[in-house]
Design a protein around this ligand. Sequence first.
Ligand code: GTP
Ligand code: MG
Length: 169
Amino acid sequence: AKIKEVVFVKSSSRAKDCPKHDRPEFAILGRSNVGKSSLINALVRKKDVALTSKKPGKTKLINHFLVNKSWYFVDLPGYGFAKAPEAARMDWSAFTKGFFLNRDNLVTVLLLVDASVPPQRIDLDCANWLGRNNIPLTFVFTKCDKMKGGKGRDELLLHMSQLRNYWDQ
Ligand code: GTP
Ligand code: MG
């Protein structure tokens, strides 16, 4: 169905504060700066529904967007932002893990992976954690325009099989 209307609902700092589990939702996860907020804007064809930045660490809270009054996109803070203070990084894992373990209306996590570099340790760990916790997962590659050489498809298949192996462990 076509996306007709997108409304920002709220930002939450804890799973407990998120909107009621009353509609299906699609959560967008991945490393800081991989393009999570940009993907939401691209899918809803609006420039600045979700705030983006050239600098990693832009999205800091769990943001719910209501689409066509019937389902949610959830924009999450990125992981693996090296410059974040240790405390903030610990926080990230506690609050987003809390989110995933408590949303029975979650249709799937879209795990965004930068296609222009090999999957990073933290991406593999994340795929593995989601797999072990039986959380539905869909891989989405971003920054395909930045892939070098003409081997795009083969390289993506390689990235994909590596990610799948970790998910399946
Ligand atoms: P955090 O909120 O910090 O976790 O980052 P994010 O994953 O939401 O990234 P965001 O959407 O803010 O994008 C980060 C930067 O990457 C921006 O400068 C985007 O314009 C750029 N970007 C996003 N997607 C792509 C893509 O497919 N290709 C290229 N070349 N740049 C992209
Ligand atoms: Mg963001």
